[in-house]
Ligand binder design. Structure first.
Ligand code: TXA
Ligand code: MG
Length: 355
C-alpha cells in the first residue's frame, strides 16, 4: 500500500507516482488526483483490472468509465473519427475538465470500459500528478471517481480511504483537488451541435463560445424532468442517485429572505423533534442559521468555491450524523448548473419552492 495519509512532499510524491504507474502496468487499481475529483485508475485495455474498479466501487456494470489520456496523439489509437467541433473543444479545454464522447475503435479497450456502448468518453485531466501517472504507466487510464458508488466524489485522499481503503492497490495523495465537481461530459451530434450529458467544470457558456455551435443540456437533465421523467439520460451514470448523504436533504428555492425564514423555521422544528440538523448555505446568509452542522459554500458571487466545497460538506453531514439537512440554491448559470445538478441528485430531486 502506497498511501502516505498526508499530502506528500515532492520526493515522496515521485516515489508514489513511480509505484502507482507500476501497479497500473501490472493490472492493479490505483487512486490518483485530478483537477476535478480523485479517480480510481486501471489500464483500460485489461478487463480484469477494469472489473476490479467496478468491484471496488460497487458500481453497476452498465455505467461506462471515462478513459484518461495525457497527450493528443493517444486519441487516434482509441477512437474512430473526431468531428471538427469536437476537435475545437478539445483544443480549447484540454487539459481540463471536459470529457468528449466519441465512437470507440473496436478491440482496443476492454468492453467493460464502455459498458457495451459503441462510444467512449475521453478526457485529458489538468493535473500534473494525473498527467505524469498516465505518461509513466503508458496506459490509457480508465478512471471513474474514486468513491463507493452512491457516495459523494472524493476531493481529498482521505475521502478515498474512507470509501475504498483496503479495496484498492494504492493511492497517490497530492492534497485537495481544485474544481471539486466532475468533468463536463459532452457529445457532438451529426449536425455539429453539442449535447451536454453531464454539466461539470467547463460551463455551457464556455462551451458555446468555443464551439461556435448550439450547446444544449441533455433534456433528461433539465430541472423540470425530476425523477419521474421517462427521458433516459444519455450518460448512463446520470440516472443513478449519487452523492446522497445519509440524512434527508431538501433544496429550498425562492426569494432570499423567505428562503432563510423557511430554513430557520424548519431547522428549529426538526431540532425539537430530536433530529440532528444541518444546513448548506452561501456565505452571505450563513450568520442567519442555527444548526448542528452549518456548512458555508462560499460567496454567491464565487460559485467556484461552492463547487470546490460541496462534496466535502456533504461528507461532513454524514460524519456528524446529521439526519435533517436543508440547502440553499444558486442560479443555474456558469458553474451553478453543475452545482445544482449535483445538489438535486444528492437531494433525490427534492426541491421546495416557496413564495
Ligand atoms: O472529472 C471526472 O470526470 C472524474 C475524474 C476522475 O476524471 N471522473 C468521473 O467518472 O466522474 P465517473 O465514472 O464517476 O463518471 C463518468 C460519467 C458517468 O455519468 C458516465 O455515465 C458518463 O460519464 N459516460 C462515460 N462514458 C460514456 C459514454 N460512452 N457515453 C455517455 N456517457 C458516458
Ligand atoms: Mg462518479
Amino acid at each position: 500500500h502506497i498511501d502516505s495519509g498526508t499530502v506528500s512532499e515532492p520526493a515522496k510524491l515521485q516515489v508514489q507516482l513511480r509505484e502507482a504507474a507500476a501497479i497500473l502496468r501490472e493490472g492493479g487499481v490505483v487512486a490518483f488526483p485530478t483537477e476535478t475529483v480523485y479517480g480510481l485508475g486501471a489500464d483500460a485495455r485489461l478487463t480484469a483490472a477494469v472489473e476490479a474498479v467496478f468491484a471496488a466501487k460497487g458500481r453497476p456494470s452498465d455505467n461506462p468509465l471515462i478513459v484518461h489520456i495525457s497527450r493528443n496523439d493517444q486519441l487516434e489509437g482509441l477512437v474512430e473519427q473526431v468531428s471538427p467541433t469536437a476537435r475545437k473543444l478539445m483544443k480549447a479545454f484540454w487539459p481540463g475538465p471536459l470529457t468528449v464522447v466519441l465512437p470507440v475503435k473496436p478491440d482496443v479497450l476492454s468492453p467493460r470500459v464502455t459498458a457495451g456502448l459503441d462510444t467512449v468518453g475521453i478526457r485529458m485531466p489538468d493535473h500534473p500528478v494525473a498527467l505524469a501517472l498516465i505518461e509513466e504507466s503508458e496506459c490509457p487510464v480508465a478512471a471513474p471517481s474514486a468513491n463507493r458508488s452512491g457516495r459523494p466524489s472524493p476531493t481529498l485522499a482521505s475521502h478515498v480511504l474512507e470509501d475504498l481503503g483496503g479495496a484498492i492497490d494504492g493511492i497517490v495523495d497530492a492534497g485537495a483537488t481544485g474544481v471539486g465537481v466532475e468533468s463536463t461530459v459532452i457529445q457532438v451530434l451529426e449536425d455539429g451541435s453539442v449535447t451536454v450529458l453531464r454539466p461539470g467544470g467547463v460551463t455551457l457558456e464556455q462551451l458555446a463560445l468555443a464551439a461556435g455551435a448550439p450547446v444544449r443540456l441533455d433534456p433528461a437533465l433539465l430541472p423540470e424532468s425530476g425523477t419521474a421523467s421517462d427521458l433516459a439520460p444519455r450518460a448512463p451514470g446520470m440516472k443513478y442517485t449519487h452523492y446522497a448523504p445519509k440524512g434527508s436533504l431538501s433544496i429550498i428555492t425562492g426569494a432570499a429572505s423567505e428562503v432563510s425564514d423557511y430554513i430557520n423555521k424548519n431547522l428549529h422544528e426538526a431540532a425539537q423533534r430530536g433530529e440532528r440538523t444541518g444546513v448548506l448555505a452561501f456565505e452571505e446568509h450563513i450568520g442567519m442559521y442555527d444548526a448542528d452542522c452549518v456548512e458555508s459554500l462560499g460567496s454567491l458571487s464565487d460559485l467556484g468555491t461552492a463547487a470546490h466545497r460541496l462534496y466535502a460538506a456533504l461528507r461532513r453531514m454524514d460524519e456528524q450524523n446529521i439526519s435533517f439537512i436543508l440547502s440553499e440554491a444558486c442560479p443555474e448559470e456558469g458553474l451553478g448548473a453543475a452545482i445544482m445538478n449535483r445538489l438535486r441528485k444528492a437531494a433525490g430531486q427534492t426541491v421546495i419552492r416557496i413564495g
